[in-house]
Write a protein that binds this ligand. Structure first.
Ligand code: FEO
Length: 420
């Protein structure tokens, strides 16, 4: 059975929702699923914008055939070749032998690498600023390299102001019938999963996202609808401005909120106890935007999302084989790989002999990452937090609260600060 929704009179969403895949990219849990969005335009010519993940290909074909209603597919525009969108390209090429493929030079290269028989089809290679008309609708192409792969472009329909934005403006959570941001209370119910999607998938490429936002800003008054490849689609209203504001924060590594993520690893509960004591001390002083996570229990993608959200991070780790506890080391590595920067970090270390985790974490933060402020206050625990450490806990709590003054949650001010 087909399952489609109108975006405009001429443009249809023909994607699918996936609740069967448990790990997106075989890494990130998606307990609420994910949608793969693709779109079709009915004009004098017919055009499809991207395809879909392989497992949902049958649904996509059913949707497409319903919308085409007997017409041939004239063009396939490929904005992004990652297989969660392009794996079903082969289905389209074989079902529609006359279809012409429009894409970037790098994307055609990747099509060959992934084994698509694109040489049997006319290939129209486009670059930044090129335009193409399907009849009433004329589109222009905007290069968006590394948002999220190097071949990425976005396509802007000049006629109706529809931006096909590839991975940008995406999010986890299957749409399940809802399509527009206004169909749901997305700021309350979807934002955490949108953040987790963006920061883990595209977080590393902040400067590239900033470039794309800069390009979008020049045509912002012309953008009426944003159609990403995952998640909800947005009218040019407050919702879109909210998403742009979030993107601006994430891609500039500016915290969204003054707040504290206390991420602890604990073998027998003693480091956990210190993490909880610190959380209580901070809250007791009146600052309550504090989140505590056991990193052995929390998938690292959730931790990454919270690091992008909050201004402050407390890392609490036992010493393990004279090293950082492995799950903490993994968390640090993930932050480094995703280019995380511009955070205040406090350290709690634990060890029953030869405590090394604190020094090693500090070394990692200072040598392997950029612009991380490691606070002077450190809590060092010999096996368990003794009563005489209460002063250290209070000092760290107070130092964290005091340092909130040094933090800006305004991306523009962050860049001003950097320029001076
Ligand atoms: Fe949703 Fe980069 O693919």
């Amino acid at each position: 059975m087909y399952c489609v929704r109108n975006v405009t009179d001429d443009i249809y969403w023909i994607g699918a929702n996936d609740h069967r895949t448990h790990l997106f990219e075989n890494i990130h849990p998606i307990p609420q699923g994910v949608s793969y969005n693709c779109y079709v335009l009915l004009d004098e010519k017919t055009a499809m914008f991207d395809t879909i993940e392989w497992g949902q290909g049958r649904q996509m074909m059913s949707n497409l055939e319903h919308v085409l209603d007997g017409r041939d597919l004239d063009y396939l525009v490929v904005n992004h070749l990652e297989p969660d969108h392009a794996a079903s390209t082969g289905l389209i090429l074989s079902r529609y032998p006359n279809v012409k493929v429009i894409s970037s030079e790098k994307c055609f290269m990747l099509m060959h690498q992934f084994g698509f028989d694109v040489d049997a089809h006319e290939q129209i290679q486009v670059k930044e600023g090129d335009t193409f008309s399907f009849g009433k609708h004329t589109v222009t192409f905007v290069e968006a390299p590394m948002v999220h792969w190097p071949e990425v472009m976005v396509t802007f329909d000049l006629t109706e102001g529809v931006l096909f934005s590839a991975d940008a403006f995406g999010g986890f959570i299957a749409n399940d019938g809802k399509l527009w941001s206004t169909d749901v209370d997305w700021k309350a119910n979807n934002l955490d999963e949108i953040r987790r999607y963006h920061c883990n998938i595209v977080g590393k490429y902040g400067p590239h996202v900033q470039l794309l936002l800069g390009k979008a800003a020049t045509i912002l008054d012309k953008i009426k609808i944003v159609c990403p490849l995952h998640g909800l689609i947005y009218h040019a209203d407050d919702d879109l401005m909210t998403y742009i504001d979030k993107l601006n924060h994430w891609s500039s590594y500016t915290p969204e909120e003054k707040g504290v993520l206390i991420a602890y690893a604990s073998m027998y509960g003693n480091t956990e106890s210190a993490a909880q004591a610190l959380a209580s001390a901070i809250c007791e002083k009146g600052f309550t935007n504090v989140k505590v996570c056991d990193i052995s229990e929390t998938h690292v993608s959730y931790l990454i999302a919270d690091v992008f959200k909050y201004s402050h991070l407390v890392l609490a780790s036992p010493t393990y084989n004279l090293n950082i506890y492995p799950v903490m080391e993994n968390f640090l590595n993930e932050m480094r790989m995703l280019n995380m920067q511009n955070r205040h970090v406090a350290i709690i270390e634990n060890g029953s002999w030869a405590i090394t985790s604190g020094d090693l974490m500090q070394e990692f933060l200072e040598d392997e990452m950029k612009d991380m402020t490691v606070m002077n206050e450190r809590i060092s625990i010999a096996s368990s937090l003794s009563g005489d450490k209460k002063r250290d806990v209070d000092d760290m709590a107070q130092a964290i609260i005091d340092s909130m003054e040094e933090v800006t949650c305004d991306p523009a001010k962050r860049f001003e600060k950097k320029q001076h």
